[in-house]
Design a protein. Structure first.
Length: 279
C-alpha cells in the first residue's frame, strides 16, 4: 500500500512539474506573438536604448532574417554556421544608422528589409574572406543581394573603414576593467544619473561616481589612443562602444531565452510521445 501511494505521489509531482513548465513556455511564446510594435515605435525605442524594441526585433525578425540570408548564400555553409553573429552585427549597424538619422521609415516592414540587406552585405563580406568566389557565385550573390529591395527602402553600403575602427574600439572597451565597463553601461546605455550609479556600484556619492567615470574614460583613451587622439570625439566613441557591447549582451540573452523555450517545448513533446508509446 505504501509503495503504491509513493508511486502515485511521484507521478502526480511529475505531472505538476510538466504542467508548470508548459505554462511557462506558453506564457513566454504568447509574449512573442501577441506583443506588437509599429515601425515608428521600434525606431523610437532604438533611439532610447529601450530593451523592448530589441526584444521585439529578436522575437519577430530573427527567424525571417536567418531564413532569407541563408537562402541567399546556398553554396556556403559558413553563413548558416555564423547566422547568429550576423544577426547581432546587423542589429548593431541598424542601431548606429537609426541614431545617426540614416533610417527613414516610409512603410511597415521597411526596418526588416533594411536589416536583411545589412545581413546580406555582412554575409557577402564573410564569404569573400573565407575563399575566392567563382564568377557564377558572384552573379548569384549579386542577384540575391538586391532581391528583397524596394524602391522606397533606405539603403547605404557598409563603411568598411568604419567597421574596422568599431571592431578596434570594441576590443578596447572589452580590455578595460570590468567595473569600468559596468559603470559606463549604466551611464550611456541605461542612462542612469550619477547618484543612482553610485548606489548601484557601492560608491560613496555622485561625485565619486563622476570621478570614477572620468578615470574609466581616461583608461579607454589611453588604450585606444591610436584612434581616440582627439578628446572632443572621445566621449562619442566611448558611448558608441558601450552601446554596441550592451546591445550584444541583450541580444545574446534574448536569443538564448528563445532557444531554451524552443528546446523545453520540444522536450515536453518528446516526453508526451514516449508516455503514449508506453501506454
Amino acid at each position: 500500500m505504501d509503495n503504491s501511494y509513493s508511486l502515485v505521489s511521484v507521478l502526480i509531482t511529475q505531472y505538476l512539474v510538466k504542467v508548470r513548465n508548459y505554462i511557462k513556455v506558453i506564457a513566454y511564446l504568447s509574449q512573442i506573438f501577441h506583443r506588437t510594435m509599429t515601425e515608428a515605435q521600434i525606431v523610437f525605442g532604438i533611439m532610447q536604448n529601450d530593451s523592448r524594441a530589441w526584444q521585439y526585433i529578436c522575437r519577430n525578425m530573427r527567424a525571417g532574417f536567418s531564413s532569407i540570408v541563408i537562402k541567399s548564400f546556398p553554396l556556403d555553409r559558413s553563413v548558416s554556421e555564423e547566422i547568429d553573429d550576423l544577426f547581432q552585427e546587423s542589429c548593431i549597424i541598424l542601431m548606429e544608422k537609426v541614431k545617426k538619422g540614416g533610417v527613414v521609415v516610409s512603410r511597415e516592414g521597411a526596418l526588416f528589409s533594411y536589416l536583411v540587406q545589412i545581413g546580406k552585405l555582412l554575409a557577402c563580406n564573410l564569404v569573400r574572406k573565407k575563399r575566392v568566389l567563382s564568377p557564377e557565385e558572384m552573379i548569384t550573390i549579386s542577384l540575391n543581394l538586391h532581391k528583397e529591395e524596394n524602391e522606397d527602402d533606405i539603403f547605404t553600403p557598409l563603411d568598411v573603414k568604419q567597421q574596422t575602427q568599431n571592431e578596434f574600439l570594441d576590443r578596447v572597451f572589452n580590455s578595460i576593467p570590468e567595473d569600468c565597463q559596468k559603470l559606463l553601461k549604466k551611464f550611456y546605455w541605461d542612462r542612469k544619473p550619477m547618484d543612482e550609479i553610485a548606489c548601484m556600484l557601492g560608491l560613496r556619492n555622485a561625485d565619486s561616481a563622476k570621478t570614477k567615470k572620468n578615470r574609466c574614460m581616461n583608461k579607454f583613451i589611453e588604450i585606444g589612443k591610436m584612434l581616440v587622439n582627439n578628446e572632443e570625439y572621445a566621449e562619442d566613441m566611448v558611448r558608441a562602444a558601450v552601446e554596441r557591447a550592451a546591445l550584444r549582451e541583450l541580444l545574446e540573452d534574448e536569443c538564448a531565452m528563445m532557444n531554451n523555450a524552443s528546446i523545453r517545448m520540444a522536450a515536453l513533446d518528446i516526453d508526451d510521445e514516449d508516455q503514449q508509446e508506453e501506454k
